[in-house]
Design a protein around this ligand. Structure first.
Ligand code: PLP
Length: 448
């Protein structure tokens, strides 16, 4: 007979059947499968921890977002933000839905080309573009979003040696009522710098001004801010048309829509408080449609939303390494994934679920990662049932940024699988091994 597990008694106020002040019950749901795959089957096959991406959730979310915009504005184009999640399989799902690529480095640019994206469907953003990157992008007819005057002068100079006419836009930063303002990228609207850059581009005669771009921040919970930004970009477009009789082809509103994750310290869960795609679409398209943009030549509306499209589609399965009591009696659970692979646990209170029914008690628990580092806290306080060593948990909504910002540290990065729309699982990134790391190391001969 298996030895019974001792569960320390706790005194809890009885709230059975009573909802809390938010109208929510206290029962902690369990997650037994992901897209039709039993958790235990997945960990047996692929190990733990394991990142799991749902192709169906990506496609569904993308189509929800697309519909919100295409029902409100005649010309809409999405461009997948590579840095949010640049696993090839993930990018290819977005591209198969019609998404362009939005990249912010030469490495990401090459990745988009290797993923089969036509150079004419790549938007090249960011402050870091080398002369070689710019040359390649000009030759491929990609859209270069200029970040600063030094880059503008580089591109003008390149027209002496490259025969293709560069297709450019400028990134504009502005006051949208969101503080702190993101003013380190692009040209400022209020102080006239953006207008100055546009005049230089038009008067150079050497560049084709195709669009106007902004990306006002990330996890923006105020849709109105996008309306302000869209109005300011529309104003610039109208002024360019007035002064130079030149119509821009697109207005690119960037990304920054909030996902359903809950920010640390938020009073209510993200899924109850974050605006929907419809809210953002209303704000942006109202501003464009009510502006004085020429109705015969309405610019295409480009969206580079990242987080809000991919966060929900990613889960991570982890395993309990141990339970222990902290000195003050608090319960803590150590799991096999830490903050080096779950960067977003620094700013989100990620939802974490047990994968099987355990006792009826739940208790405030701190969930630690496996690192020998005090900061390795995945959830500082969560009501959790007592789960045991080797039990699994599922951490929700980890699809954005974790799989690009993660770093190898102390432990190896695990496998990532994609579950396709038929429920079949595929490895889309192998786990690291000691060999992966030592392959890059060199030992000077005197130490061998
Ligand atoms: C990161 C980034 C995005 C995506 O931002 P989200 O907040 O994830 O939607 C879009 N455009 C640019 C220029 C970016 O740097």
């Amino acid at each position: 007979m298996e030895k019974l597990k001792y569960e320390r008694p706790v005194i809890n106020k009885i709230n059975a059947g009573v909802t809390d002040k938010f109208g929510m019950g206290h029962k902690i749901p369990i997650i037994q499968e992901l897209e039709g795959n039993k958790i235990s089957d997945l960990t047996n096959k692929y190990g733990s921890p394991l990142f799991v991406i749902s192709e169906k959730k990506i496609r569904d979310k993308y189509n929800t977002a697309k519909q919100a915009f295409t029902t409100r504005y005649p010309k809409v184009q999405f461009a997948w933000s590579y840095k949010t999640n640049y696993l090839n399989a993930v990018c290819k799902v977005f591209h198969s839905e019609g998404s362009w690529a939005e990249v912010v480095s030469g490495f990401e640019y090459d990745k988009a080309i290797e993923n089969g994206v036509d150079g004419k469907n790549i938007i090249f953003n960011g402050p870091d573009k080398s002369i070689a990157d710019l040359t390649k992008a000009i030759k491929n007819g990609s859209y270069i979003h200029i970040d600063h005057f030094d880059e503008l002068f580089d591109i003008i100079k390149l027209t002496e040696t490259v025969s293709e006419k560069p297709k450019v836009a400028i990134r504009v930063n502005m006051d949208t009522g969101i503080y702190p303002k993101w003013d380190r990228f692009g040209f400022n609207y209020e102080n006239g710098e953006a207008w100055n850059a546009l005049n230089r581009i038009m008067l150079s005669g050497k560049l084709e001004l195709v669009g106007l771009h902004t990306h006002i921040g990330t996890y923006i919970m105020a849709p109105e801010a996008y309306g302000v930004a869209a109005s300011k970009l529309a104003d610039l477009a109208i002024n360019v048309d007035k002064k130079f009789n030149h119509k821009i082809k697109y207005i690119d509103m960037g990304g920054g829509f909030a996902s359903d994750n809950t920010l640390k310290g938020a009073y209510l869960p993200g899924k109850d408080t974050c605006p929907s795609f419809d809210d953002y679409a209303d704000s942006i398209t109202n501003a464009l449609i009510n502006s004085n943009l020429d109705t015969q030549n309405l610019p295409t509306l480009i969206l580079e939303t990242g987080r809000a499209l991919i966060d929900d589609a990613g889960d991570v399965i982890a395993t309990v390494l141990a339970n222990k009591r902290l000195a003050d009696g608090r319960r803590s659970t150590i799991i096999d994934i830490g903050v080096n692979m779950l960067f977003t646990s620094f700013w989100y209170d990620h939802e974490i679920y047990p994968t099987k029914q355990t006792g009826s008690h739940s208790e405030d628990t701190t969930i630690f990662g496996p690192l020998c580092m005090n900061i390795d806290v995945v959830r500082s306080a969560i009501k959790f049932p007592l789960i045991q060593k080797n039990d699994n948990v599922v951490i929700k909504r980890v699809g954005a940024y974790n799989m690009t910002q993660w770093m190898q540290f102390i432990t190896m990065r695990p496998k990532i699988i994609l579950i396709d729309t038929k429920g079949e699982s595929h490895i889309i990134r192998e786990n690291e091994t000691g060999q992966t790391l030592t392959a890059m190391e060199k030992t000077p001969t005197h130490l061998t």
